[in-house]
Every structure is written in structure tokens, then in C-alpha cells.
Write a protein that binds this ligand. Structure first.
Ligand code: ATP
Ligand code: MG
Ligand code: FE
Length: 332
């Protein structure tokens, strides 16, 4: 079984080839056009996908050693994501599958983030809990099988990645600010400033409060000292990051208590955060959890995880017709 997988849900254009469940490559073109706008501009993302998609796919195919006539199926991200961005990948996948007369497989991007854990060893055993933390989502997922997952908690407003990026913007940092907060936080004191920890009922999250809290805090401080941010950047980053991690961990601990599941995985772009990784490692040691952290290139958006999901769907014969449409919002 050899599958070509395509990812185009946001601002990464990516293609990957998987052979009998083994990912052969993962070609990613990251769009830099969005940096100067402080966030992803949907229209520009679509155009960049249109430009990058064919070269990225060509590289994936040529470096795999598999010719296109040997492909068993074509897979694509159906959603969730930006509609215009998804359309580019979906349309190409349909035309390519039709021209080769092979089946088409639709993949849920969030399910694929979880399945990134099956690309390399060690793989988690079922059931496990996955904390998926990205730019658009924050989900606690109970994973019973490769394609049997349930969202048991999620954010009711902003995603945690969004909270990182928006507070970074308030500090004057460029987009995406998450990795920069991570970097400055290493030299700062996480207890220097206290920001409120928002508590939602059940296993749900809320991350919109912190940007307002930081906004008002900075406004008051800057009124007294215009250089406040500059002087306290590391402490501010450390304190914001600490608060966001606290909020993530409170619900994760609760989820472990509720489900009794102690195999814990993290996925999505924010799982690259070194503070989150360190806190989880410490917590896992203390509580006897088994922790799974994917390789960095499989944390952020990539087609390898789409390929992994497609492999399991191929085994179950889950194909879609040429009338399939992308879904900006897509549940699993
Ligand atoms: P989704 O998967 O929900 O559609 P997305 O694909 O945009 O959203 P990812 O590419 O998985 O999200 O992750 C991007 C997010 O990860 C951004 O918000 C970015 O700031 C954040 N991020 C990346 N590295 C770090 C880090 N080291 N610390 C904190 N945040 C980080
Ligand atoms: Mg992205
Ligand atoms: Fe993503």
C-alpha cells in the first residue's frame, strides 16, 4: 500500500508518501507571507498553496523512489481549516486520483495530529489520552483505537496557541509569537507576575481571559514606565507561559482521574513548547504516567500525519467519492 497524502489546511503546504504504514518523507513548505500581517491571511494562504503544491508533491514523489503509477490512493486534509486553503488540496487530490484511477481518502486534520504518534516508535497503547494543542484547537482526546477517538474536553473560545500568539503580540513580538515566548521564558521568573487561571466546568478550557488580563496589566504598567516590557520581557514571557501551562495541566490531571487512563500523549504545534514538555515530564514521573511526545516536525502541520491517518483508513476501505467537499469545521 503506497499513499500520497496532502496537507493544506492552514499555512503549511505539505506532501508525504507512506509505504505499508512507514512514512518515507515529509515535504513541508511554510508560508512566510503572513509574518508581516501578524497572523494567517486566508486569501494569501490559498494563493501560496496554489503556488507550492505541485513542487512539494513532485519532491515527495521523486524522493520516495515510488513512481506515481505505483500509488494505491491519494489522501487529503478535508478539514477543519481555512476553506480556500483546503479547496486547493482537495481539488488537486481529486484530479490526481481520477487521472490515476485510484481511490481517494479524506482525513480529519485533528485526528491526524493525534495519529502523528504512530509515525515513529515508541507508539502509545490504547486507550490513551491526547492533549492536542495547536494554533486553532485545544482538545483533550480519549483515543480508543486509530480511528476511534472522542473529544472529552476542549476550549470554549481561543486555542492555547492563539493565547500564546496574541499575548506575544501585546508584548510587541512578531507572529507567530509562541516559539518566542518559549525562548524568552527560559531566562525569566515564572512567578514574577501572576495572571488569573481561568476555570471552566468539566474538562473544557478557556484561553481568552489571559489576553485581556495581560492587556490591562501592561496598560497600567506602561503608564508608569514606558520601558516596562523591555525591562521585564523574560519575566513576562515566563509568567504568561506558566499560567497557560497550569491551565492545560489542571484539566489533563482531571481527565486522568476521570478516565483512569495513564498513557498520555501531546500533539499540535504548542507541544513543541519546552516549558510544557518539562512540566509534563515532571508530572509523569510523579504520577506514574507514560508520556509520549512526537518529533518536532510531526507536531506542527505536516502531511506525514495525514499519510498515517490515510493508511489506517485504507486498511478499513474508507474511501470517498469525487463529490466530496472540504469542511471548514469538521468533527470526528
Ligand atoms: P490547527 O491544527 O488547530 O488547525 P495550526 O495548524 O495553525 O492549527 P499548528 O501548526 O499545529 O497549528 O501550531 C501552530 C501554533 O503552535 C502557533 O500558535 C504557535 O505559536 C504555536 N507554537 C509553536 N511552537 C511553540 C512553542 N515552542 N511554544 C509555544 N507555542 C508554540
Ligand atoms: Mg501552521
Ligand atoms: Fe494543525
Amino acid at each position: 500500500i503506497s499513499i500520497l497524502a496532502i496537507e493544506s489546511s492552514c499555512d503549511e503546504t505539505s506532501a508525504s508518501i507512506i509505504l505499508n504504514g512507514k512514512v518515507l518523507n515529509n515535504i513541508v513548505a511554510t508560508q512566510s507571507v503572513h509574518e508581516k500581517y501578524g497572523g494567517v491571511v486566508p486569501e494569501l494562504a490559498s494563493r501560496a498553496h496554489q503556488e507550492n503544491l505541485i513542487p512539494v508533491i513532485q519532491e515527495a514523489i521523486s524522493s520516495s523512489g515510488i513512481s506515481k503509477d505505483q500509488l494505491s490512493a491519494v489522501a487529503f486534509t478535508r478539514g477543519p481549516g481555512l476553506m480556500g486553503a483546503l479547496l486547493v488540496g482537495v481539488s488537486f487530490a481529486k484530479a490526481f486520483a481520477r487521472s490515476l484511477n485510484i481511490p481517494l481518502i479524506d482525513v480529519n486534520h485533528m485526528q491526524a495530529h493525534v495519529l502523528a504518534h504512530f509515525i515513529d516508535e515508541p507508539k502509545p497503547g490504547f486507550p490513551f489520552l491526547c492533549l492536542t494543542v495547536s494554533g486553532g484547537h485545544t482538545q483533550l482526546v480519549l483515543v480508543r483505537d486509530h480511528l476511534d477517538m472522542e473529544v472529552i474536553g476542549q476550549t470554549q473560545d481561543d486555542a492555547v496557541g492563539e493565547a500564546f500568539d496574541k499575548t506575544a503580540k501585546l508584548l510587541g513580538l512578531p507572529y507567530p509569537g509562541g516559539p518566542l515566548i518559549d525562548r524568552y521564558a527560559k531566562e525569566g521568573n515564572s512567578k514574577a507576575f501572576a495572571f488569573p487561571v481561568t476555570r471552566m466546568p468539566g474538562l473544557d478550557y478557556s484561553f481568552s481571559g489571559i489576553k485581556t488580563a495581560v492587556l490591562y496589566f501592561l496598560r497600567d504598567q506602561l503608564a508608569q514606565d514606558p520601558d516596562f516590557i523591555e525591562k521585564n520581557l523574560a519575566d513576562l514571557c515566563a509568567s504568561i507561559q506558566y499560567t497557560l501551562i497550569e491551565m492545560l495541566l489542571i484539566k489533563l490531571k482531571e481527565a486522568v482521574k476521570q478516565t483512569g487512563v495513564k498513557e498520555i500523549a501531546i500533539a499540535g504545534g504548542v507541544s513543541a513548547n519546552s516549558g510544557l514538555r518539562a512540566a509534563l515530564e515532571e508530572l509523569s514521573k510523579k504520577r506514574g504516567w507514560k508520556l509520549f511526545v512526537p518529533k518536532f516536525e510531526y507536531c506542527t502541520d505536516n502531511a506525514a500525519m495525514i499519510a498515517m491517518a490515510a493508511h489506517y483508513k485504507y486498511l478499513k476501505g474508507e474511501f470517498v467519492g469525487l463529490d466530496v467537499t472540504p469542511l471548514a469545521k469538521m468533527k470526528f
